[in-house]
Design a protein around this ligand. Structure first.
Ligand code: EPU
Length: 427
């Protein structure tokens, strides 16, 4: 079993390049299957979720090859409507994006109910509600979701295309917003998504679709309009940098101390974490495509509540909590997106943190030091939080289950070593 071994207490210094965004790749790679042609996507992060996505694309008939590190060429001409292999699709939340793209292109799609990190209930009712308003019918049988519109492949009379519709989501959902954008790109007529999510990767998906000939408007606002087009063409697209990876290294610098420059970032995407870290006493400097984080003294505690973008991202909640463990005074961390995203607090307590979870809020009494011990990552961001805590802790920490971390962070060990951390991977 793989684990990270970290000797903490060393400040981080130097530069780290931020990789492409995992959650943009999560929808854009399946989105390339909408295209009966060739497209090239660059700045693709080398993470295990991307490897799994590529495996699924290949099983559906796409020809995928790396033309250089971080750039992949996808030839979707031979893609055929078929079941997303359950043993692959059930391992990852983002596999549900194959439903949107296959349904949009072929008028039918079948995929297993998606997996992903255990954060509490993760229903897909809003996705299905959207497809159904666009004229699709669905059934779930033995853990497989089948969605189709009337057309040659469903055996019901029709032209196999979704119909544009007005869809209002009951809550702000990143996944359903993206899935319906994928499905609507090739639909007949106009689709309007109301109460849409506004995350940077939503704008990135729209940028990708438009670069391939789609007509998606106002992504990044709460009402997105998609005028369906009959077909998309191939082309090139570069993914945005990963807001959450960048925020993770900012949090690491705030916890361990030092002076870290993150390059290749979009600083506006980081506003929320930058302002929290500034309030806590870290020095943040921004350039056109970089952010520097300096921390010399102990930071102050803070109260944060996770919210949809542009609020504080839930995917940085565990990492910030790890910083707050050694901040001065009491902090409160409230999780408003997921019902159960505090599993990691148990592991932080084993490192000496004083955290009490009460419903959706964790109350953290800052201690002057954490101490290293053996801990286990229980999901992707939980794993990142343990790494941050270990960098700041006295002594040696061994983190197990690092496969979770590798789902979403490209070469975390190499990047942190480059900043002077004492970290290595043990097989
Ligand atoms: N929801 C429903 N019904 C739905 C869809 C969502 O009730 O049909 C609820 C969820 O249960 C949750 C809330 O709506 O309470 C928001 O869920 P959302 O759909 O926004 O989340 P997601 O698309 O499943 C993505 C990211 C998550 C990230 C969330 C929120 C991917 C693959 N995952 O999940 O990323 O936490 O958006 O920003 O893009 C991570 O990277 O660690 C991660 C978990």
């Amino acid at each position: 079993m793989k684990r990270y071994v970290i000797h903490g207490g060393r400040p981080l210094r130097g530069e780290v390049a931020v990789s492409g965004a995992k959650n943009a790749a999560a929808s854009i790679l399946p989105g390339t299957l909408l295209i009966d042609g060739i497209c090239r996507i660059s700045n693709v992060p080398e993470i295990s979720d991307v490897k799994l996505t590529i495996e699924i694309m290949e099983r559906l008939g796409a020809k995928v090859r790396f033309t250089e590190p971080g750039t992949i060429e996808i030839d979707g001409r031979a893609v055929r409507p078929q079941l997303v292999p359950p043993q692959l699709g059930s391992r990852m939340r983002a596999s549900h994006f194959f439903i949107g793209s296959m349904l949009g292109r072929f008028g039918c799609a079948s995929a297993p109910l998606p997996g992903g990190c255990d954060l509490g209930e993760r229903p897909i009712d809003q996705h299905l509600k959207g497809f159904s308003l666009m004229g699709a019918s669905e059934r779930i049988e033995d853990g497989i979701v089948h969605v189709s519109v009337p057309g040659p492949l469903s055996g019901r009379e029709g032209n196999g295309r979704l119909k544009g519709s007005r869809i209002r989501f009951d809550m702000v959902t990143v996944g359903a917003t993206m899935n319906l954008m994928l499905a609507a790109a090739l639909a007949e007529g106009t689709t309007v998504l109301e109460n849409a999510a506004r995350e940077p990767h939503i704008i990135d998906l729209a940028g990708f679709l438009n670069a391939m000939g789609a007509d998606v408007r106002d992504a990044g606002t709460e009402t997105i309009t998609i005028n369906g087009v009959p077909s998309l063409k191939g082309g090139e697209y570069r993914l945005i940098p990963d807001q959450i990876e960048a925020g993770t290294y900012m949090a690491a610098a705030a916890a361990a101390g030092g002076d870290v420059k993150l390059t290749g970032v979009i600083p506006q995407h980081m506003d929320c974490i930058s302002s929290v870290l500034r309030k806590m006493g870290a020095e943040i400097e921004e350039g056109s495509d970089f952010i520097t984080v300096r921390k010399r003294n102990r930071v102050a505690g803070a109260d944060i509540t996770t919210l949809p973008y542009p609020g504080f991202p839930t995917d940085l909640q565990p990492q910030l909590a790890a910083v707050l463990c050694t901040a001065e005074g009491r902090s409160k961390v409230t999780e408003s997106i997921w019902e159960d995203r505090f599993h990691y607090t148990e592991e932080l307590r084993r490192m000496g943190a004083d955290i009490t979870v009460c419903g959706k809020t964790a109350v953290i009494e800052g201690v002057s030091k954490l101490h290293g011990t053996a801990v286990e990552a229980c999901d992707l961001r939980a794993g990142a939080a343990l790494v941050i805590a270990a960098l700041a802790a006295d002594g040696k920490t061994e983190i197990g289950q690092v496969g979770y971390i590798e789902r979403g962070y490209q070469d975390m060990v190499g990047k942190l070593s480059g900043l002077g951390a004492d970290i290595h991977l043990e097989e």
